[in-house]
Design a protein around this ligand. Sequence first.
Ligand code: PEP
Length: 258
Amino acid sequence: MGMKTYVVGNWKLNFNVGESSIYLHKLQKSLPNYRDVEVVVAPSMLALQPLSLQIDRHKMKLAAQNAFYRDYGAFTGETSFAQLRGIVDYCIIGHSERRHIFGEDDKMVGKKVEAALRNKITPILCIGETESERSFGETADVVRDQLLSGLRDVAEEEIDKVLIAYEPVWAISTTGHSKLASPDEVAEVVKLIRKTLSELYGEKVAEATSVLFGGSVNPSNAGAYLTVPGVNGLLMGGSSLILSEFADIIDIAKRVKS
Ligand code: PEP
C-alpha cells in the first residue's frame, strides 16, 4: 500500500462542545471508510475528551491543537501530552499562531515534539516563513532552522511517526494579508524540506516522511496542492469549519490520490 493522504482540519478557537459533537456526528455519517485517506480534526481542548467517546476511529481521528511538554506539575492553564494520551492520535505543534501570538520558540517546539512521541501521539510539526522573511530571501533558512530544531530529539526510528506541515504564514487565511501560495512555490519548499530530512535521516526516510501543505486550502485549490510533487496531504483552518467544504476536500483527496 502507498503512503496515506492526510486531510487535517484545525478548528482553532471555534465551536463549543455541542457544536463540535454535531459536526462530528454529521461528518462521520456522510464519510465512507477511506483506508488511504486519513481524516483528522482538531477541536478545542475542551471538546477532545467527549469527542473521543463519540468518534469512529475507523473513519477519522482526533488531534489536539497544542499541548505542553511537561507531563505534570505547576504549569497553570496547561494540558500535557500525558493527559491527552489515549484521547487523541495527533497533535498540531508549532502552528504559526502559537509561534507568533503566544511566543513559542523553536526550542519549545522541539520539546513538544519529543513529548508527543514519548506519549504515543503523532506530532504534526508546522513550519513556514512569514511574508517579510520571504521578501528578504530567508525562506530556505527559516524553514530549515525550524525543521532542525523541531526534530532535534527525534531519532531515526521515530521519524516515521512525525508529520511535517509546510504552512507559509503569509498564505494562512486569518493573517489578514494572505495570498495564495502557487503550487510551484509549495513544490520548491517541500523539496527543501525533503533535502533537509535526507541530510538528517537519509534519502529513503526522507521520501517516506509525510509532508502536508496548509494555507487557504479550499475545494477549488485542494486538487492542485495535492498534486504538487512530495505533498502527502492538507492542513486547513477556514475550510474545515464548513462541513460541506471539508467533506468535498476529503473527496478530492480520495480522487486525486487514487
Ligand atoms: C492554518 O491555520 O493552519 C490554516 C492553514 O488556515 P487556513 O486554511 O484558514 O489558511
